[in-house]
Design a protein around this ligand. Structure first.
Ligand code: ADP
Ligand code: MG
Length: 724
């Protein structure tokens, strides 16, 4: 963005804090109704009761609700809250909240603040305006929210200083079917727990373990652009991405932005975001410049997946809400700028016992760590067997611009393991596992520098699903995604796979096997699993053409668009998986397909209409002014008796371009207005008609932008928006 705007903004807002006022550890969780506050404010037996639900997954005891509600209300009011809301994650992919005041009237007409246990436990928002994917008719309006005590309530403060008590809830229909993303997530967390506990039971390592917890740490990439410039573009305002725009003269070719010095104004923004997130108990840890100019990243310390998912939604909210204070617009879209690096959300995932043992930690002598190898092979098996569902879980109109569009990671699902584990898989396949490759240390060749340890494996940026030391990193998730859904799918397919491994082990080893019998059953199972599912493992360059060919020969799917990916959710086998694991009924899964398909078509419809408007009201008029100027030059030059063949040629070219743009925009209008009934048709129509029509308009518009005088071009350019 131009530096004068930056300076003007700094001058305008001298109250801008440059660093948070307090230590992170002092601020941490001050706006959450967490352990410390509860301990102070709840009677000890109520506290213990609630902790049992929060820590060990015991059913919530409704008898404690009144006491908890009253303590929560007092605490919230002391912090300035006047209202409470049930905060939930409907299938729109955002969060929803309906506020109610604590204020109520006594029978004598006196105003008091009241919040009862039943108001805490259950709410009744009108369900008819939320997508239900056919589960409900619009006239069947009743829906319920139900308190999820395993995710702490928090106070959401707006930039204007209004404070609301937010209670994380799940959202179901009158018939009890999940209308949100959280209920299936919580069910999937239970499914992984059940299956993983079976494996621990077989190995006899379940003693003292109450449950296995899925853990999640989601790194968020985003762009910051000047708010005034973003306001000047209808596409950024409505779609969150640019629908036209020629590539800037400099992108990230010099690799000088990644990890570069963070500009002051951005740093001020990051610190303010972190401060707010610390208060909300979101443990954000890492911040840095990303690959593209004006692109950044924020990453938290991992937490249990349920809380991490809520915290991820809050992170996106706080990023967006804080940006205007610094004159920024925060763009979370997967591809705000064509030809410039896109944004993803890297979902780091693992499973650990409630006693803190990470089950995906290979430890030193990995080749002897049979339990780890069973979990590892369980993940490999899941990703191979259910690659289609994992792909469907990250499909969206925005993510189509990254996956399968010459950008990493590719739309082909594969697993990166690294040298150390690949070597162990080789050993497993040939029979005996005898050694674990070590990383060792590196001598940097300068006596003043220390020797530094080297990991046993390198990293791979191009893999959609990479093992990174003691966790998997699902890198293909889109930057706007609500991570509940991909995490739900991941948990579910892994639960299925671990169940299958446990079945197999029980069958091979029998009841109460001796150590030797168990070990030979494990070896046989691992060998077979590696043999059957190794095709999904790929450590090479995921961006390369060769990989596409290789993947095809291995029989791996390359589902380039949402329209190709979503139908996997409709398969019989998907239905049986989700219902068997107790995560989604057939109807609930169908509903997700319908809603995701409709969202894809709706997003493209909105993009199409936005582009038509911009083209007709801004780009074509500007191009015609340019054409008129050229015509004027030709006429006056010729009238003065001189020839101007170059300008005449340019005029002709412009006339041609303008008429091509007119034709393209008419085509787009036609495609957009031909309605397709039903999710299947809408998906195909969007992919086959709308997407190419948008691209065709864009090609002409971008060519015009490149050839027109800067003062006539009606939109802020890429250079204005993202170059320093
Ligand atoms: P890396 O060096 O691979 O980037 P980091 O330690 O920086 O690893 O972690 C990246 C992200 O992965 C962070 O959000 C972190 O909290 C998360 N993470 C680390 N360990 C786990 C785990 N066991 N489960 C889930 N997420 C994890
Ligand atoms: Mg990472």
């Amino acid at each position: 963005m131009p530096s004068d705007r930056f300076d003007a903004h700094l001058a305008k807002d001298s109250s801008m804090p440059s660093t948070p006022a307090a230590q992170a550890s002092d601020l941490f969780g001050t706006l959450t109704f967490g352990g410390d506050v509860m301990l102070k404010r709840l009677p000890s037996e109520v506290f213990a009761n609630l902790q049992r639900t929060m820590q060990s997954g015991r059913p919530l005891d409704p008898a404690i609700a009144n006491t908890v509600a009253s303590a929560m209300k007092d605490w919230a009011i002391e912090h300035g809250a006047t209202h409470y809301c049930h905060w939930f994650q409907p299938l729109t992919g955002t969060t929803a909240e309906k506020h109610d005041a604590f204020l109520s009237l006594t029978s004598g007409g006196d105003a008091i603040e009241r919040f009862s246990g039943s108001q805490l436990i259950q709410g009744e928002p009108d369900a008819s305006s939320f997508p239900s994917g056919g589960i409900r008719d619009t006239y069947e309006a009743r829906g319920y929210t139900a308190w999820d005590a395993t995710s702490p309530a928090f106070l959401l403060k707006t930039e204007t200083g209004v404070t609301t008590l937010c209670i994380p809830t799940v959202f179901v229909s009158y018939t009890g079917e999940a209308l949100d993303k959280k209920l299936p997530l919580i069910r999937s967390i239970d499914a992984v727990n059940r299956a993983a506990m079976r494996i621990l039971g077989i190995f006899g390592t379940d003693a003292g373990v109450e449950r296995v917890i899925a853990t999640l740490g989601a790194e968020q990439e985003y762009f910051l652009v000047d708010e005034e410039l973003a306001e000047a573009r209808l596409d950024l305002r409505i779609c969150g991405r640019t629908l036209v725009g020629a590539a800037p003269p400099k992108g990230h070719q010099l690799d000088d932005h990644y990890f570069g010095a963070i500009p002051d104004r951005v740093m001020g923004f990051m610190a303010a975001v972190e401060q707010r997130l610390f208060e909300l108990g979101v443990p954000v840890k890492t911040r840095h410049n990303e690959v593209a100019p004006s692109q950044y990243e924020i990453a938290p310390v991992f937490e249990n997946a349920n809380v991490a998912v809520d915290h991820q939604m809050l992170t996106m909210h706080v990023l967006r809400a804080t940006a205007p204070r610094f004159g920024f617009r925060c763009l979370l879209h997967e591809k705000p700028f064509a030809g410039v690096n896109g944004s993803g959300k890297h979902c780091n995932w693992s499973i650990s016992t409630n006693t803190g043992v990470n089950l995906l930690d290979p430890r030193d002598d990995t080749h002897t760590n049979m339990q780890f190898l069973v979990f590892l092979c369980g993940v490999i098996r899941a990703v191979d067997a259910r690659a289609d569902l994992l792909r469907a879980a990250i499909a969206s109109a925005g993510n189509d611009h990254r996956l399968g569009a010459n950008e990493a990671p590719p739309a082909i699902m594969s697993v990166f393991l690294g040298d150390m584990l690949t070597d162990i898989l080789d050993q497993l396949q040939t029979g005996r596992t005898t050694k674990t490759r070590k990383g060792g240390s590196m001598d940097l060749g300068a006596s003043t520098l220390p020797q530094i340890p080297r990991h046993a494996s390198d990293r791979n940026r191009t893999s959609p699903f990479a093992f990174t030391g003691n966790k998997f990193e699902f890198r293909a998730v889109g930057s706007t995604a609500a991570v509940a859904w991909p995490t739900t799918v991941l948990n579910t397919i892994i639960a299925e796979s671990l169940d299958a491994m446990a079945d197999e082990l029980e069958k091979r080893a029998g009841a109460n096997p001796t150590r030797t019998k168990l070990e030979s059953a494990v070896r046989a199972l691992l060998k077979a699993t590696v043999k059957n599912h190794r095709r999904i493992c790929f450590d090479g360059d995921g961006y390369s053409r060769d990989w596409h060919d290789e993947a095809e020969s291995r029989g791996l799917a390359n589902l380039r668009s949402t329209a190709d990916a979503l139908p996997a959710l409709k398969s019989k086998s998907a239905k049986s998986l989700f219902s068997k694991q107790g995560v989604l009924s057939g109807r609930e899964l169908d509903a997700r397909y319908e809603i995701l398909a409709e969202q894809y078509a709706t997003v493209l419809g909105i993009e199409a209409r936005t582009l038509v408007t911009m083209t007709r009201t801004q780009i074509l008029p500007a191009a015609l002014r340019h054409q008129a100027q050229l015509a004027d030059i030709c006429a006056t030059t010729e009238a003065a008796g001189a020839d101007c063949p170059d300008t005449v040629a340019e005029l002709r070219e412009t006339v041609d371009r303008v008429s091509r743009l007119r034709r393209a925009v008419s085509e787009l209008e036609k495609a957009e207005s031909s309605v397709s009934e039903g999710a299947d048709k809408a998906l195909r129509h969007a992919r086959e008609r709308i997407v190419p029509a948008i691209e065709a308009v864009r090609a002409e518009a971008d060519a015009l932008e490149r050839s027109m005088p800067d003062d006539l071009w009606p939109l802020p350019t890429y250079a204005d928006l993202i170059l320093p």
